[in-house]
Write a protein that binds this ligand. Structure first.
Ligand SMILES: [Zn+2]
Length: 303
């Protein structure tokens, strides 16, 4: 395999999901212990990162689902067309011939039920070790993609979903744990007490970078999927503006119609949506959004 030619189909999974330890405890630890406590895993399992390679220098261990996919694709396209590798090997196997990079990940954000429970013991704002490794893997993929145009397929637990190279760009942010956050402010124009809202994600993913998002407040939203748009019907004062910036969503005063611009609600300490996590209890009302949302906009962490 020429270093620059690459393999047409490259399959990978985060290192934390590729290790072949019999112990259930280590898998649970990787999903729950925050990244800065990785030393605790290193102490108990000093060799956990020493993963075996095959004679051809490929991944010696991989999640079962990835092996099944490898077998199916090899039968369909030929054994020499498919490579399973560890994330750190991606730059070796991705090249001009590469058309697809398929990623198996069970827990890229550290948000499955069990992981959530254990992560919260250590502080929910801490990124678990496996989320950290998943993020590094996506960083590597993104770096490779700057040199080679390939499609990325994300999947796991047998459910594979194709992300077209182009369609990801349509929406920049995706979340399955989104809330409408509502608060009271004075209208910037007529000073009446009015309600304003924003979208707050407990977790999510930046589709462009692959980075995990936590406790992110979205602003300057320029587009959203139709399901979210339907949910927002209840808050009719939040709609697209014509002034000052055409097409962006913003809150409007129901009395005078003035646009309450996001930068006046989100930007500085003291702004109502600046740091939602530290807002006074009861000052913000949350309404969960059903299912997955996809939007394009800016993402603030308010820390
Ligand atoms: Zn007003």
């Amino acid at each position: 395999m020429g270093q620059y030619a690459g393999a047409p189909i490259v399959l990978t999974a985060p290192l934390t999901e590729s290790i072949d330890h019999a112990g259930f405890f280590i898998q649970m630890s990787l999903a729950s212990i925050p990244g800065w406590m990785e030393w605790a895993i290193d102490k108990k399992y000093p060799a956990w990162r020493d993963v075996p390679k095959t004679a051809e220098g490929r991944a010696g261990t991989a999640p079962a689902g990835l092996r099944v996919l490898e077998a199916v694709l090899a039968r369909e396209f030929g054994v020499d067309q498919v490579v399973v590798c560890y994330p750190e090997q991606l730059p070796e196997f991705i090249g001009d011939r590469t058309r697809v990079v398929a990623v198996s990940t069970h827990n890229p954000l550290g948000t499955t039920f069990a992981a959530g429970v254990y992560a919260s013991i250590f502080g929910s704002s801490r990124e678990p070790v496996n989320a950290m490794y998943a993020r590094r893997m996506f960083d590597t993929i993104r770096a490779c993609r700057q040199r080679h145009p390939f499609a990325v397929i994300l999947g796991g637990s047998g459910a594979w979903q194709i992300e077209e190279t182009g369609s990801e760009a349509e929406f920049g942010i995706e979340s399955e744990e989104a809330f409408i956050a509502a608060a009271q402010v004075s209208c910037t124009n007529c000073r009446e007490k009015i309600e304003v809202i924003c979208i707050h994600c407990y977790s999510g993913i930046d589709l462009e970078s692959g980075n995990a998002l936590e406790f992110s407040t979205l602003s300057n939203i320029s587009s959203m999927d139709s399901a979210l748009a339907a949910t927002l019907e209840r808050w009719r004062f939040y709609r697209t503006t014509t002034e000052p910036e055409n097409g962006y969503f913003a809150n409007h005063c129901p009395y005078c119609g003035a646009v309450q611009e996001d930068y006046l609600l989100h930007s500085e300490p003291g702004d109502v949506f600046f740091c939602i996590a530290e807002a006074e209890p009861g000052s913000i009302e949350f309404t969960a959004v059903e299912g997955r949302i996809r939007v394009s906009g800016d993402c603030g962490f308010g820390v």
